[in-house]
Design a binder for this molecule. Structure first.
Ligand SMILES: [Zn+2]
Length: 174
């Protein structure tokens, strides 16, 4: 299977992978946001999506632009950019949703619980006092599109402000 995937990775280098794989973390086009895809932010190095199957309200996914499956594959600037975005996204959640804490982490590999093991991504899960009860109740129902979009609309202006501070030169061609 790994061998079969190799040609796809070659095409990714040419910028074609998103069209071919339909990878969640590679939304087509260059737009910095898409409500349909729950894409909140995109710069040269990273994307931020609202998780369609959240553990709690505001559960974000932060991924590098490149379709890689291991943190070891990131060079130092890319790793730094990824962590900058994780930090900025956490700050936005703190300001807008005011949780009591966060789970921030990465499941690398299927055996470790990665839902999409092909493309490295970090989870930022806001936590509130007592949300264990909430999670147990909604455990099997989790996705509620109206709530997701409400959260999306609350978070988007913050990410657009971030976009302007981090990728100002890129904005003109959108
Ligand atoms: Zn990907």
């Amino acid at each position: 299977m790994k061998t079969l995937m190799a040609p796809w990775r070659m095409e990714h280098v040419a910028g074609e992978a998103a069209k071919l794989t339909g990878c969640l973390f590679e939304p087509p086009g260059n737009c910095s946001h898409s409500r349909d895809r729950l894409l909140l932010f995109r710069n040269k190095c990273t994307v931020v999506l609202l998780n369609r199957f959240p553990y709690t309200n505001g559960h974000l996914l932060v991924a590098p632009i490149d379709h890689i499956d291991s943190i070891v594959s990131l060079d130092s600037p890319s790793l730094s950019a990824l962590m900058d975005t994780v930090s900025s996204a956490t700050n936005i959640l703190q300001k807008e949703l005011r949780p009591d804490g966060f789970n921030i982490g990465c499941n690398q590999g299927e055996v470790a619980g990665a839902g999409i093991a092909d493309h490295l991504h970090f989870h930022i899960v806001p936590r509130w006092e007592g949300d264990h009860n909430f999670m147990a109740v909604i455990g099997e129902v989790r996705s509620v599109p109206e709530h997701l979009l409400t959260t999306y609309d609350r978070l988007l202006p913050h990410f657009q402000a971030l976009q302007q501070t981090t990728t100002a030169p890129e904005q003109s061609d959108e």
